[in-house]
Design a binder for this molecule. Structure first.
Ligand code: DGL
Length: 277
């Protein structure tokens, strides 16, 4: 077992140009990157999208664990990040522990925001939107048992929302029926009409928050884990020096027209260089 820092890593060994590495299956992690930028604007960043493996939500646990551990192993060896953020709920709820076992770099994962949702709900009924893989995880069962045992947590796997977020950020049209279907699925569950808080348990979903809010109508509050992740990264890198020597980079595991279409979105997130890995 490798040991991990539980507090700020202020060792002199962290090179000022060492980047933060944010990892997702696609553009979802950009919702996390936006929050990280707000707290740590001077941090050099490499954003990695395993778009050749997208969508993770339709894969098995074994496929995701093998893919994420293998990729992060190669990426950390080559890029020497000071910290890795798995900006993906699916990968984190399945592979966080095994990735931590094999990598020495500090790893921050993405946990469905069930705890804050339980503190916020007035009706006691929480909706959770995630991928099909995330909603069946024991990790989510444990969060529910620990923080929402006296609440009702209604889970819905919504792969269509992942595709919708990808399309939106590429500038492609998105059918509003996609959002209506996700809302209808939650509302149709027992007590679904009393949902007042929705956990966006997939990093793609904050990218379509406005569309979801419109489909839900008034009286529903959304929560996701991105603020907590950004705070955790700031805490773990407290006291470290930052120096951006080259423009920040977005790496994709597969190139193509869809990646070309993302150029302006990536630039808007400060990712001025794009390459394949
Ligand atoms: N962004 C990922 C998450 O947070 C999932 C998207 C996918 O299915 O690949 O769960």
């Amino acid at each position: 077992m490798t040991s991990f820092p539980t507090g700020p890593n202020t060792t002199e060994t962290v090179a000022p140009a060492a980047p933060l590495l944010l990892f997702d299956s696609g553009v979802g992690g950009l919702s996390v990157l936006a929050k990280v930028r707000a707290l740590l604007p001077q941090a050099p960043v490499i954003y990695v999208a395993d778009n050749a493996g997208l969508p993770y939500g339709a894969k098995t646990e074994a496929q995701i664990a093998a893919r994420v551990s293998g990729l992060l192993g190669r990426l950390t060896e080559r890029l020497h990040p000071r910290l890795v953020c798995i900006a993906c709920n699916t990968a984190s709820t399945i592979a966080l522990a095994s990735v931590r076992d094999v990598l020495e770099v500090p790893i921050v994962g993405t946990v469905p925001a069930i705890k804050p949702a339980a503190a916020m709900t007035k009706t006691g009924v929480i909706g959770l939107l995630g991928t099909q893989a995330t909603i069946r995880q024991a990790y989510v069962d444990r969060l529910e048992a620990e923080f929402a045992a006296d609440k009702r947590l209604l889970r819905h796997g919504a792969p269509e929302l992942v595709a919708a977020a990808e399309a939106k950020l590429r500038g492609d049209p998105v059918d509003p029926a996609v959002f209506a279907r996700a809302v209808a699925a939650l509302r149709a569950m027992p007590d679904g009409d009393r949902i007042d808080t929705v956990v966006l348990a997939c990093t793609h979903f904050p990218l379509v928050r406005d569309e979801l809010a419109q489909a839900f109508g008034p009286g529903v509050t959304f929560i996701d884990g991105s603020d907590g992740i950004a705070r955790r990264i700031a805490f773990l890198t407290q006291g470290q020096r930052w120096q951006r020597k080259i423009p920040d980079l977005a790496l994709f595991t597969r190139g193509g027209i869809d990646v070309d279409q993302l150029g302006s979105t990536l630039a808007a997130h400060g990712l001025e260089r794009v390459a394949t890995f």
